[in-house]
Design a protein around this ligand. Structure first.
Ligand SMILES: Nc1ncnc2c1ncn2[C@@H]1O[C@H](COP(=O)(O)OP(=O)(O)OP(=O)(O)O)[C@@H](O)[C@H]1O
Ligand SMILES: [Mg+2]
Length: 244
């Protein structure tokens, strides 16, 4: 399982994560909601070992991201897709997807390329494998980004607002892929502002408020007036998101 225990993180005088606890079990889809600046991306970056923790502990299947000798194993288990497209511009879609399995896992190129093509086909990009990122739409690029993470066969897929830079049509394309992954049992940690979509695909929803995880409930209870909605901040957040 993926375990975040009492994690603290500050930037200068600003406390961004203030004792966060979160457990994600294999097969679960957990969405992280919260206002802009509440610490969602920082939490994802901490899980990746991209930020040094100021307190607490994060383990991915027992591998501690703060221990240099364990970080590589932890990272192999968690694949991340970020808010902004971060494909290598000088590589084709296929080369972007195949890169890490060949370079990091040292797997045979031919085998990896065949798998990468199959992944691209599964997201509707079978005929765009040889295109460069600049020749792809935003939605297509983000689908390549998802394939790139999946190519490493991660046990946990972390998604940080993967649709926030996309128009509604492209957003729908990408969400359809994510719904398929969630339905097929992929373990996902999903940072999003797509409330209705989160509601459809998640087993659990957690709410971050100023670096504190103030709600962690099964999806149905999160949207219940006796559950998550009983928290004024959650009710306020949801009503604002629905108006926007
Ligand atoms: N490297 C950094 N140096 C200083 N402050 C940072 C750094 N990264 C994040 N912060 C601050 O930490 C806070 C949390 O940022 P974070 O990116 O985690 O928020 P978020 O919940 O992902 O917001 P959004 O919904 O806008 O993506 C913000 O106030 C941000 O300005
Ligand atoms: Mg963010």
């Amino acid at each position: 399982m993926l375990k975040v225990e009492n994690v603290k993180k500050s930037f200068g005088a600003a406390t961004v994560l203030d004792g966060v606890n979160l457990t994600v079990n294999p097969g679960e889809v957990v969405s992280i909601l919260g206002s802009s600046g509440s610490g969602k991306s920082t939490l994802i970056r901490c899980i990746n070992g991209l930020e040094k923790l100021d307190g607490g502990r994060i383990t991915v299947d027992e591998f501690d991201v703060a221990k240099p000798k364990e970080l590589a194993e932890a990272r192999k288990r968690s694949g991340t897709v970020f808010q902004l497209f971060n494909l290598y511009p000088h590589m084709t879609a296929l080369q972007n997807v195949a890169l890490a399995p060949v370079e990091v896992l040292k797997r045979p190129r031919a085998e990896v390329e065949a798998e990468s093509r199959a992944l691209l086909t599964s997201v509707g990009l079978g005929d765009r494998a040889d295109a460069y990122p600049s020749q792809l739409s935003g939605g297509q690029r983000q689908r390549v980004g998802i394939c790139r993470a999946l190519a490493m066969k991660p046990r946990y897929l972390l998604l940080d607002e993967v649709t926030s830079a996309l128009d509604p049509e492209m957003t729908a394309e990408v969400l359809a892929i994510l719904a398929k992954l969630a339905g097929s049992g992929t373990t996902m940690v999903f940072v999003t502002h797509e409330i209705e979509f989160a509601r459809q695909i998640s087993n659990r929803i957690v709410f971050l408020e100023k670096g504190k995880l103030i709600v962690d409930l099964p999806t149905e209870q999160f949207f219940d007036s006796q559950g998550g909605l009983a928290q004024p901040r959650v009710a306020q957040f949801l009503s604002k998101m629905r108006k926007d």
